[in-house]
Design a protein around this ligand. Sequence first.
Ligand code: MN3
Length: 202
Amino acid sequence: MKHILPELPYSLDALEPYIDAKTMEIHHSKHHQSYVDKLNAALDGHEDLLELSVEHLLTDLDKVPEEIRTAVKNNAGGHYNHSMFWKMMKHDGGGDPTGDVAEAINGEFGDFSKFKELFANAAATLFGSGWAWLVINKDNKLDVTQTHNQDSPISVGQKPLLGLDVWEHAYYLKYQNRRPEYIANWWNTVNWEQIEENYLKS
Ligand code: MN3
């Protein structure tokens, strides 16, 4: 079973003006596609591994032969992280979270603005390429974390609820070196219904 690029759940311009259509087009049809293609290339000839989902591969990387482990980690991670990321945003998103995830955020971080500050700081201070996350950690508590490159929280036993891609490819066309401005604007795209769903499933 070859891995395939999922369709975006909205049009390329749905996240304007916060994320521009050109960035979305390149990010989805070039960058994400490339993770999918390189994952399939790495798994070529490994019939047993081609049967496994990306989640399975990423939570059990030790089972992947050493000669393709790095390629699988990077590209299955890229595929998995981006597949989640697209769904974490929507047209007319943003605002405050509601429901159980809002209660959990308030319980863990004090209030939503304190959580936002922590998360934005994690995104802004990540050196190089990677992601900021809101996860449920191994102790079953909400936590704000960072991952480098395309490493995925699920490889270290965490359940990602919300993630922000801070690779330059995610924002450079519109924001150039102004990563904090991208982060500040990105909050207006967050699909809190999806984050609630992720929380309830975790
Ligand atoms: Mn990306």
